[in-house]
Write a protein of this length. Structure first.
Length: 147
């Protein structure tokens, strides 16, 4: 129990919490700045940014006030295709997505799917190296965008 609490405490202090198959990283910036930084680092690392969706703007178009919320859809076939070879159903979760939103306290969070969760969800076998690479890359991209 003590080890678990220590682990949990470390996650909370670092600003990164995995919940329901996601990883959340607290940002020091606004939603727009965090999204801009993420988009820049993704492109600089050779990722394709397929779309950037401003959910707040969409909500405003139907007279609903939504706190700042943006979604960036990105990927690279060199990474995603090997995952699909291991478990083709993983394609439903690809390309990758990152949600940047402001919570009710005004804190900004960057959230993405945890590759370990995807492994379990799709019974991915034989792709541990790819999943570790994806996990490391997502953590690095998030760090650059949020610090």
């Amino acid at each position: 129990m003590r080890i678990f609490l220590s682990f949990l405490s470390g996650l909370l202090i670092s600003g990164s919490v995995a919940a329901e198959g996601t990883v959340q990283v607290k940002s020091q910036h606004s939603v727009a700045v965090t999204a801009d930084k993420l988009e820049t680092v993704l492109k600089n690392k050779g990722m394709t940014v397929f779309n950037r969706i401003d959910h707040s703007a969409g909500a405003a178009g139907v007279d609903i006030e939504l706190r700042p919320t943006e979604l960036i859809i990105f990927g690279n076939p060199k990474v995603g295709s090997p995952l699909m070879l291991c478990a083709q159903a993983a394609a439903i979760d690809l390309p990758q997505k990152a949600l940047i939103h402001e919570d009710e306290k005004g804190d900004v969070w960057l959230t993405y799917n945890d590759p370990a969760y995807l492994k379990g969800r799709h019974n991915i076998e034989g792709c541990d190296q790819v999943l570790q690479k994806v996990s490391g890359a997502l953590a690095k991209f998030s760090k650059v965008a949020t610090e």
